[in-house]
Write a protein that binds this ligand. Structure first.
Ligand code: SF4
Length: 408
């Protein structure tokens, strides 16, 4: 896979050495067991895959190169380039400004833009409507484009099934930048509707069965269907694609549920299913797959707690948290600063969108074992910072360099 020029401040010698070591031992990526970092009183099991993915490194390389090569120009990002606070604040400190927040709320009016401004498209991609808006201002919309190729692959998949006259159902968070972009691209080609979870899928399936009055759909799914969507006609031949960072098991369950509803509605035999349900396979990206599978592998080990590091608004990170929560106490933190002491921690409750203050997160045992992973937009340097801080609580900070040397 291509390597990128990512600022050294985001790298960690320890994590790079571990990743390189694991890669050499398992080139085919078949072993999803974690790496044990045994420091005596604290044992850290580090997930096999975590941290910056292809799309994030690609975006960071393009953004910093654009800044370096365009001194004196005004540089804007449509919104956060990736969902990581450190990277976004570094970009802000280099003079980059965000046009919108992550929910699409305008922070700088379009009217303030000039044709000689630079506007960078984030890794999530953007909508066709925004591209047209930039074009109208005189800015070439895709000149500084960091859209991840794995997101574009989903758009291509939607376009392919649209060409065969299937409606597209997008499994994603309706307000997430990537889902808004995918919805925009898909609806350009075919009727499209977004479902955010299984509960919404159940409700959508009621319309497939015709069990609910059609008019109700337009209120129930307000803002989530394309213009002209006819619920009585456009749910007879469908395909499911997803926001690339959703939970793989949930996407599969949603696709299976829709498929079953269609089979029942039309009384289909096996050889008739394809005429009503497009085989999209999953449209998750490799990084989401690897990171989620690595968490599943990590959870097979016995441990006292899990720490997941990443931006609080990061979708892929919250899904790693969700997996860990099923098995053991889990703390979602954005950096080592959230580890206030060996007793106190600030951590994100993504279910209720609030930061919590908890005590006693590290059990008072002779040996504490914790699982550690991070999202696809989290720099390895932050994960090293977390390890360093934890070791500091046990007076073991100097052991870190020894460990890095052991993996080199
Ligand atoms: S998580 Fe996947 S789709 Fe998203 S930026 Fe990374 S590689 Fe691309």
């Amino acid at each position: 896979m291509k390597t990128f020029n990512v600022p050294i401040i985001y790298r960690s010698p320890l994590i790079s050495a571990i990743k390189q070591h694991r890669k050499q031992q398992d080139r085919m990526k078949k072993d999803f067991s974690p790496t044990l970092l045994d420091f005596g009183p604290v044992r850290i099991l580090l997930a096999r895959h975590f941290g910056f993915c292809y799309g994030v490194e690609n975006a960071i390389e393009i953004a910093f190169k654009t800044i370096d090569e365009n001194e004196g120009k005004r540089i804007f990002l449509l919104s956060e380039m990736i969902h990581n606070p450190q990277v976004n604040s570094d970009l802000l400190s280099r003079g980059v400004r965000f046009l919108m927040d992550t929910s699409g709320k305008q922070l700088i009016p379009w009217e303030d833009l000039r044709s000689d401004d630079i506007v960078i498209i984030p890794a999530f991609g953007t909508t066709l409507e925004i591209e047209a808006r930039l074009q109208a201002i005189g800015i070439t919309p895709l000149q500084y484009n960091t859209t991840c190729p794995f997101v574009e692959r989903v758009w291509n998949k939607a376009e392919q099934i649209a060409a065969r006259e299937y409606t597209v159902i997008v499994h994603g968070k309706p307000k997430h930048e990537e889902t808004r972009a995918t919805f925009s691209h898909s609806r350009f080609h075919t009727p499209t509707v977004v479902v955010k979870d299984m509960e919404e899928t159940h409700r959508l399936a009621e319309y497939i069965h015709g069990r609910k009055p059609a008019e109700q759909f337009y209120e129930e799914f307000k803002g989530q269907y394309s213009e002209g969507f006819d619920v009585t006609r456009h749910l007879q031949r469908v395909g499911v694609v997803n926001q690339t960072t959703m939970l793989a098991s949930e996407t599969q369950a949603i696709a299976d549920y829709i498929k079953q509803a269609i089979i029942e509605k039309f009384g289909l035999a096996d050889d008739q299913v394809a005429a009503h349900f497009a085989d999209t396979r999953d449209t998750l990206c490799y990084a989401t797959n690897d990171n989620q599978t690595a968490v599943t592998g990590m959870l097979e080990a016995t441990a006292d707690l899990a720490i997941v590091v990443g931006g609080y608004n990061s979708s892929n990170t919250s899904h790693l948290v969700e997996l860990c929560e099923e098995k053991l106490p889990t703390y979602f933190i954005s950096s080592e600063e959230k580890l206030l002491s060996a007793n106190e921690i600030l951590h994100w409750d993504f279910h209720h969108h609030q930061e919590l203050h908890s005590t006693g997160y590290l059990p008072g045992k002779e040996v504490v074992t914790l699982l550690l992973t991070s999202g696809a937009s989290c720099p390895d340097a932050v994960v090293e910072g977390v390890i360093r801080k934890l070791l500091g609580f046990y007076g073991l900070e100097e052991k870190l360099e020894e460990k890095a040397a052991a993996f080199s």
